[in-house]
Design a protein around this ligand. Structure first.
Ligand code: KG4
Ligand code: ZN
Length: 337
């Protein structure tokens, strides 16, 4: 049984994780999110500098939490892409240094496959046919999963503009609610009527890409609604706008995910990403999956967002499957599909 060290630095989280044979032994996680808040988005150079400072302490934290020694590590896995180029290079360079110093194999892995692989730690092996919905501040994608260790990630569809979490964050700003927008919009929505305002359900028409997403038009529809109320001197009905917007997003995600499962003959849907923490999304997705005879798997919120455990989990699958490591010549691939 091999002990795999995973390193993740594709965006603003510096993550390290240690996994042995499907069991998470320890983690370290730092975030530079606060440093990006005043810029209104993640600044790659700022993220990269934060990774340089945090990567070694996070590996040390994971080793201490696992109660092992660094010299016990048998393989290193690192996110090669997709992600922010300067941020990825920090993780890849650090992983190479660890692999070279420890004289162990190095695996460069796909970030989105890592998001799916983390669920194996909690719920065991994935079935042969599985659809994965990734909904976060950075991604909104539907993937068809095969063998995570051997098959390339197959994108069924992605957002053409904003990610779902980004739409929550922008709508929160329009409504004067605090960042991050997901939790604050969903809190405001508790007192609102999800049917109060008929916001559009983007990309659900018959001529739209079957599994593509678009959330920027929905955000504009919310902005128009807010402006119209302000121009007429009316108070903006924040709870109703929040609840109606949230239901529009949820409705689109549920419809497309279920359609993808039906088309691919998948009886399991995996849902990950920060937005997967949304209560209404979880409830509606559970209801739709139950009606369609589909098993819904959602990791605990801590493992839904970017972390090192997911990369260690994927590395562990590769090692156990006997996949050939890439070697020390590999590099980051920011735009890997
Ligand atoms: O996966 P994540 O932590 O980070 C990145 O995307 O890097 O996702 C963060 C996103 C934010 O846009 C946040 O507003 C959203 O997830 N989010 C939510 C909820 N909690 C977090 N969106 C909707 N409802 C929530 N309860
Ligand atoms: Zn991610």
């Amino acid at each position: 049984m091999s002990l795999v060290l995973g390193i993740e630095t594709s965006c603003d989280e510096t993550g390290a994780g240690l996994v042995r044979d499907g069991v998470l032994l320890g983690e370290g996680l730092a975030s530079s999110a606060d440093e990006h808040a005043r810029f209104g988005g993640v600044v790659p150079e700022v993220a990269a500098r934060a990774h340089v400072s945090a990567v070694t302490p996070m590996v040390r934290a994971a080793v201490e939490a696992a109660g092992v020694s660094l010299s016990d590590v048998d393989a290193v896995a690192v996110t090669a892409g997709p992600g922010l180029s300067p941020a990825l290079h920090v993780g890849v360079a650090a992983a190479k240094a660890y692999a070279a110093a420890l004289d162990v194999p190095l695996y460069g892995v796909h970030h989105l496959a890592g998001h799916a692989a983390v669920d194996v730690l909690e719920h065991g092996p994935l079935p042969d046919r599985c659809v994965c919905l990734i909904v976060s501040g950075g991604h909104t994608s539907l993937l068809a999963l095969g063998d995570l260790a051997r098959d390339p990630v197959e994108h069924l569809g992605d957002t053409v503009d904003d990610a779902a979490g980004e739409a929550f964050d922008k709508v929160a700003r329009l409504l004067g609610l605090p960042y991050p927008g997901g939790p604050s919009v969903s809190r405001a929505a508790l007192d609102g009527d999800p049917a109060a305002i008929a916001f559009p359900r983007p990309m659900t028409g018959p001529r739209d890409a079957a599994f593509g997403f678009s959330f920027s038009g929905l955000k504009t529809a919310v902005a128009r609604h807010v402006e119209a109320a302000q121009d007429a001197g009316r108070a903006v009905p924040v709870p109703d706008v929040a609840a109606s917007f949230q239901m529009a997003v949820v409705d689109v995600l549920v419809r497309k995910a279920l359609r993808a499962c039906a088309e691919r003959g998948a009886d399991t849907l995996l849902m990950v990403g920060g937005v997967a923490a949304n209560r209404v999304l979880r409830t509606e997705m559970e209801r739709a999956c139950a009606a369609a005879g589909i098993t819904l798997r959602v990791p605990v919120p801590r493992l839904c967002t970017d972390n090192g455990a997911m990369i260690a989990a994927l590395g562990d699958l590769l090692v156990r499957d006997g996949v050939e490591p890439a070697g020390l010549a590999g590099t980051a691939v920011p735009t890997v599909p």
